[in-house]
Write a protein that binds this ligand. Sequence first.
Ligand code: GRF
Length: 194
Amino acid sequence: ARLAIFISGTGSNMAALTYASRLPDANYEVVLVASNDENAPGLAFARAEGIATFSLPHKGMSREDHDAAMERAVRDAGAEYIALAGYMRILSPGFVERWAGRMFNIHPSLLPKYKGLDTHARAIAAGDSEAGVSVHLVTPELDDGEVLGQLKVRITTDDTAESLSKRVLIAEHQLYPRILSDYLARRSEAADRL
Ligand code: GRF
């Protein structure tokens, strides 16, 4: 399958997805890395790895126009699936609906807990003993689509949001490629049965 990845920043999940796609038996390839920030560090990684990139700052543009330009880049690259990986923009409902069942996100909490931002600080403030990460399908409601897989991370009494986020990020890098591959394998089996 051909995958586009949307980022806004570091892109460490995008890097994990990219290297996993080059392992034997991988069932997807990363054909585009797109960003709403032309200075996103992840774009340099993608270029270094020979992946096509697209960036368009969203400032001064309507959400619909920005999404339309991103979508055009995805279609030009021939991508069939989109993985959001630290993409800090809410996508317009029309975009999300067109990619229903073909667009994923990774969120640093055990959904349905802690949708939105500052997940680690909120988990610690609540006295939780475990945090974690979820990969889910994207629906118009933020961080609300079907959860495809989760990984738990223990919270220790001396954790800060920063120390916890570092361990959760390692878990993210393990989870995202695996869940994506499993989902794509199930999709292609279902297609074979038709
Ligand atoms: C990750 O924690 C991801 O779960 C969240 O944003 C962060 C992106 O990190 N949505 P990176 O850009 O993949 O390093």
